[in-house]
Design a protein around this ligand. Structure first.
Ligand code: BG6
Ligand code: MG
Length: 216
Protein backbone atom coordinates (compact mmCIF):
# COMPACT_ATOMS: atom_id res chain seq x y z
CA UNK A 1 0.00 0.00 0.00
CA UNK A 2 1.25 3.47 -0.91
CA UNK A 3 -0.18 5.03 2.26
CA UNK A 4 2.16 4.55 5.22
CA UNK A 5 0.74 7.03 7.73
CA UNK A 6 -2.45 8.69 8.90
CA UNK A 7 -2.18 12.24 10.25
CA UNK A 8 -5.06 13.25 12.48
CA UNK A 9 -6.40 16.61 13.41
CA UNK A 10 -7.57 16.49 17.03
CA UNK A 11 -10.53 18.78 17.78
CA UNK A 12 -13.59 17.55 15.89
CA UNK A 13 -11.86 14.47 14.43
CA UNK A 14 -10.73 12.38 17.40
CA UNK A 15 -12.63 14.17 20.12
CA UNK A 16 -15.70 16.33 20.36
CA UNK A 17 -13.97 19.41 21.77
CA UNK A 18 -15.18 21.73 18.99
CA UNK A 19 -18.33 22.33 21.05
CA UNK A 20 -16.26 23.44 24.06
CA UNK A 21 -14.22 25.84 21.96
CA UNK A 22 -17.53 27.22 20.68
CA UNK A 23 -19.03 27.61 24.16
CA UNK A 24 -15.93 29.38 25.47
CA UNK A 25 -15.74 31.77 22.49
CA UNK A 26 -19.48 32.45 22.75
CA UNK A 27 -19.10 33.32 26.43
CA UNK A 28 -16.31 35.74 25.55
CA UNK A 29 -18.36 37.30 22.73
CA UNK A 30 -21.32 37.74 25.07
CA UNK A 31 -19.02 39.33 27.69
CA UNK A 32 -17.82 41.75 25.03
CA UNK A 33 -21.45 42.55 24.15
CA UNK A 34 -22.20 40.65 20.94
CA UNK A 35 -23.57 37.30 19.84
CA UNK A 36 -21.64 34.51 18.22
CA UNK A 37 -23.46 31.77 16.29
CA UNK A 38 -22.49 28.19 15.43
CA UNK A 39 -22.26 29.29 11.81
CA UNK A 40 -19.73 31.99 12.79
CA UNK A 41 -17.85 29.29 14.68
CA UNK A 42 -17.13 27.36 11.45
CA UNK A 43 -14.61 30.09 10.59
CA UNK A 44 -12.68 29.35 13.79
CA UNK A 45 -12.32 25.60 13.33
CA UNK A 46 -8.71 24.58 12.83
CA UNK A 47 -7.55 28.15 13.32
CA UNK A 48 -5.02 29.14 16.02
CA UNK A 49 -6.18 30.76 19.26
CA UNK A 50 -5.00 34.30 18.49
CA UNK A 51 -6.20 34.20 14.88
CA UNK A 52 -9.56 32.89 16.14
CA UNK A 53 -9.78 35.89 18.45
CA UNK A 54 -9.13 38.28 15.56
CA UNK A 55 -11.96 36.66 13.57
CA UNK A 56 -14.27 36.81 16.59
CA UNK A 57 -13.54 40.52 17.13
CA UNK A 58 -14.10 41.19 13.44
CA UNK A 59 -17.52 39.48 13.67
CA UNK A 60 -18.41 41.60 16.71
CA UNK A 61 -16.99 44.78 15.18
CA UNK A 62 -14.69 45.29 18.19
CA UNK A 63 -11.07 46.31 18.38
CA UNK A 64 -8.78 45.65 21.33
CA UNK A 65 -5.16 46.49 22.11
CA UNK A 66 -2.59 43.68 21.98
CA UNK A 67 -2.49 43.51 25.79
CA UNK A 68 -6.29 43.28 25.97
CA UNK A 69 -6.27 40.56 23.31
CA UNK A 70 -3.81 38.50 25.29
CA UNK A 71 -5.92 38.97 28.38
CA UNK A 72 -9.21 37.84 26.80
CA UNK A 73 -7.58 34.93 24.93
CA UNK A 74 -6.19 33.71 28.27
CA UNK A 75 -9.66 34.04 29.81
CA UNK A 76 -11.20 32.00 26.99
CA UNK A 77 -8.54 29.33 27.44
CA UNK A 78 -9.21 29.06 31.18
CA UNK A 79 -12.91 28.42 30.45
CA UNK A 80 -12.02 25.94 27.72
CA UNK A 81 -9.55 24.02 29.90
CA UNK A 82 -12.20 23.92 32.60
CA UNK A 83 -14.55 22.17 30.16
CA UNK A 84 -11.97 19.64 28.98
CA UNK A 85 -10.85 18.79 32.48
CA UNK A 86 -14.42 17.72 33.21
CA UNK A 87 -14.80 15.98 29.85
CA UNK A 88 -15.63 12.27 30.23
CA UNK A 89 -13.22 9.84 28.54
CA UNK A 90 -16.01 8.53 26.34
CA UNK A 91 -16.12 11.85 24.47
CA UNK A 92 -13.60 10.35 22.11
CA UNK A 93 -15.52 10.37 18.81
CA UNK A 94 -17.18 7.21 17.41
CA UNK A 95 -14.76 4.82 15.75
CA UNK A 96 -11.64 6.83 16.66
CA UNK A 97 -10.10 4.41 19.12
CA UNK A 98 -10.99 1.37 16.99
CA UNK A 99 -9.40 2.94 13.89
CA UNK A 100 -6.23 3.90 15.80
CA UNK A 101 -6.02 0.35 17.07
CA UNK A 102 -6.53 -1.12 13.59
CA UNK A 103 -3.84 1.18 12.13
CA UNK A 104 -1.39 0.14 14.79
CA UNK A 105 -2.08 -3.55 14.17
CA UNK A 106 -1.56 -3.00 10.43
CA UNK A 107 1.72 -1.13 10.99
CA UNK A 108 0.42 2.14 9.57
CA UNK A 109 2.11 5.09 11.33
CA UNK A 110 0.00 7.57 13.28
CA UNK A 111 0.65 11.29 13.83
CA UNK A 112 -1.22 14.20 15.32
CA UNK A 113 -1.43 17.50 13.42
CA UNK A 114 -3.31 19.94 15.62
CA UNK A 115 -3.32 23.71 16.05
CA UNK A 116 -4.13 23.30 19.72
CA UNK A 117 -1.73 24.13 22.53
CA UNK A 118 -3.92 21.92 24.74
CA UNK A 119 -3.42 18.79 22.60
CA UNK A 120 -1.21 16.84 25.02
CA UNK A 121 -3.63 17.45 27.87
CA UNK A 122 -6.53 16.14 25.76
CA UNK A 123 -4.67 13.04 24.50
CA UNK A 124 -3.73 12.21 28.10
CA UNK A 125 -7.30 12.71 29.27
CA UNK A 126 -8.53 10.29 26.59
CA UNK A 127 -5.65 7.89 27.33
CA UNK A 128 -4.64 7.65 23.66
CA UNK A 129 -1.19 9.33 23.73
CA UNK A 130 0.51 5.96 23.26
CA UNK A 131 -0.95 5.46 19.77
CA UNK A 132 1.00 8.37 18.29
CA UNK A 133 4.37 7.96 16.59
CA UNK A 134 4.62 11.75 16.24
CA UNK A 135 2.75 14.61 17.86
CA UNK A 136 2.81 18.03 16.24
CA UNK A 137 0.63 20.53 18.07
CA UNK A 138 0.16 24.28 18.49
CA UNK A 139 3.32 24.52 20.58
CA UNK A 140 5.46 23.22 17.68
CA UNK A 141 4.30 25.27 14.71
CA UNK A 142 4.64 28.87 13.67
CA UNK A 143 2.18 29.00 10.81
CA UNK A 144 -1.47 28.17 11.30
CA UNK A 145 -3.60 26.05 8.96
CA UNK A 146 -4.30 26.52 6.00
CA UNK A 147 -0.50 26.64 5.96
CA UNK A 148 0.70 23.02 5.63
CA UNK A 149 3.50 23.35 8.25
CA UNK A 150 1.79 21.18 10.90
CA UNK A 151 1.28 18.26 8.51
CA UNK A 152 4.66 18.60 6.78
CA UNK A 153 6.36 18.48 10.18
CA UNK A 154 4.29 15.38 11.01
CA UNK A 155 5.42 13.59 7.84
CA UNK A 156 9.00 14.68 8.45
CA UNK A 157 8.99 13.35 12.02
CA UNK A 158 7.79 10.00 10.68
CA UNK A 159 10.46 10.04 7.98
CA UNK A 160 7.83 9.85 5.23
CA UNK A 161 6.98 11.87 2.13
CA UNK A 162 3.71 13.80 1.72
CA UNK A 163 2.40 11.27 -0.84
CA UNK A 164 2.64 8.52 1.77
CA UNK A 165 0.33 10.34 4.19
CA UNK A 166 -3.44 10.75 4.50
CA UNK A 167 -4.80 13.58 6.63
CA UNK A 168 -8.11 13.44 8.55
CA UNK A 169 -9.71 16.85 9.05
CA UNK A 170 -13.01 18.41 10.12
CA UNK A 171 -12.11 22.01 9.23
CA UNK A 172 -11.97 23.71 5.87
CA UNK A 173 -8.66 25.36 6.82
CA UNK A 174 -7.28 21.91 7.69
CA UNK A 175 -8.39 20.36 4.39
CA UNK A 176 -6.68 23.24 2.59
CA UNK A 177 -3.52 22.74 4.66
CA UNK A 178 -3.35 19.06 3.71
CA UNK A 179 -3.84 19.85 0.02
CA UNK A 180 -1.20 22.59 0.19
CA UNK A 181 1.17 20.01 1.70
CA UNK A 182 0.57 17.61 -1.21
CA UNK A 183 -1.29 15.06 0.92
CA UNK A 184 -4.51 13.16 0.41
CA UNK A 185 -7.26 14.26 2.75
CA UNK A 186 -10.37 12.71 4.27
CA UNK A 187 -13.01 15.23 5.34
CA UNK A 188 -14.70 14.19 8.57
CA UNK A 189 -18.08 15.90 8.86
CA UNK A 190 -20.20 18.09 6.59
CA UNK A 191 -19.32 17.20 2.96
CA UNK A 192 -20.51 20.61 1.77
CA UNK A 193 -18.08 22.48 4.02
CA UNK A 194 -15.34 19.91 3.27
CA UNK A 195 -15.99 19.64 -0.47
CA UNK A 196 -12.29 19.93 -1.36
CA UNK A 197 -11.44 16.67 0.45
CA UNK A 198 -10.58 13.53 -1.58
CA UNK A 199 -13.00 11.43 0.49
CA UNK A 200 -15.81 12.39 2.88
CA UNK A 201 -16.99 10.48 5.92
CA UNK A 202 -19.31 11.33 8.80
CA UNK A 203 -17.09 9.81 11.44
CA UNK A 204 -14.06 7.56 11.83
CA UNK A 205 -16.51 4.70 12.46
CA UNK A 206 -16.75 4.54 8.64
CA UNK A 207 -12.99 4.21 8.25
CA UNK A 208 -10.82 1.09 7.95
CA UNK A 209 -7.32 0.17 6.77
CA UNK A 210 -9.01 -1.45 3.73
CA UNK A 211 -10.57 1.90 2.78
CA UNK A 212 -7.11 3.49 2.67
CA UNK A 213 -6.51 1.43 -0.47
CA UNK A 214 -8.68 4.00 -2.24
CA UNK A 215 -5.60 6.25 -2.22
CA UNK A 216 -3.32 3.74 -3.96
C1 BG6 B 1 -7.86 23.75 16.80
C2 BG6 B 1 -9.33 24.08 16.92
O1 BG6 B 1 -7.69 22.37 16.84
O2 BG6 B 1 -7.10 24.35 17.83
C3 BG6 B 1 -9.52 25.58 17.00
O3 BG6 B 1 -10.05 23.57 15.82
C4 BG6 B 1 -8.65 26.15 18.13
O4 BG6 B 1 -10.88 25.86 17.21
C5 BG6 B 1 -7.21 25.76 17.91
O5 BG6 B 1 -8.77 27.57 18.17
C6 BG6 B 1 -6.27 26.27 19.01
O6 BG6 B 1 -6.59 25.60 20.20
P1 BG6 B 1 -6.04 25.98 21.64
O7 BG6 B 1 -6.46 24.80 22.47
O8 BG6 B 1 -4.56 26.11 21.53
O9 BG6 B 1 -6.70 27.25 22.03
MG1 MG C 1 -10.52 20.20 13.94
Amino acid sequence: MKIKACLFDLDGVLVDTAKYHYLAWKRLANDLGFDFTEQDNERLKGVSRMRSLDILLEIGGKSLTDAEKLDVATKKNVWYVDFIEKMPKDEILPGAKEFLEELRQAGVKIALGSASKNAMRILERLEITGYFDAIIDGTKVEKAKPDPEVFLKGAESLGLSAEECVVFEDAEAGVEAAIAGGMKVVGVGDPEILSKADMNINSLAEMSVKRLEYFN
